[in-house]
Ligand binder design. Sequence first.
Ligand code: AMP
Length: 140
Amino acid sequence: MSDPNCVFCKIIAGDIPSAAIYRDEHLLAFLDIGPLAEGHILLVPLGHHEGLSDMPADIAAIVCSHIPKFGRAVLEATGAPAFNLLCNTGREAGQEVMHVHFHLIPRAAGDGLGYRWNAGTYEEGRIQEWQQKFERILAG
Ligand code: AMP
């Protein structure tokens, strides 16, 4: 499954060049052209699925099974002590390329990257309402 208007499908097809570092029958990995830090890579399933929640579970499982190996490679290649795994899903979450992909971003102390993690709190009873809502949804 491929989308002719998708930049990652074009990279996968070889119509646009990329700095590829790994390819198999399920997945392509290449360096992000606009890195948040040098050595920032992308893991991209070959099939065109828009977001993580659209991916078939078996493909997601295969792609995710590679994450530890690529995480180790990022640490070794960059010398960074840490990395972030990021999958923006939906435009409001920052997804610009609508072909699911995982960012592996090397991190170092004081690098200035990161979220504004403005953690809130729940009012009395509210977390249980959310718990029940999720349980209903996941029970199908
Ligand atoms: P996202 O905002 O999660 O959709 O991230 C898309 C990422 O794809 C960005 O970090 C871009 O820098 C990267 N990107 C877009 N086009 C290319 C390209 N031709 N080669 C490599 N990376 C790309």
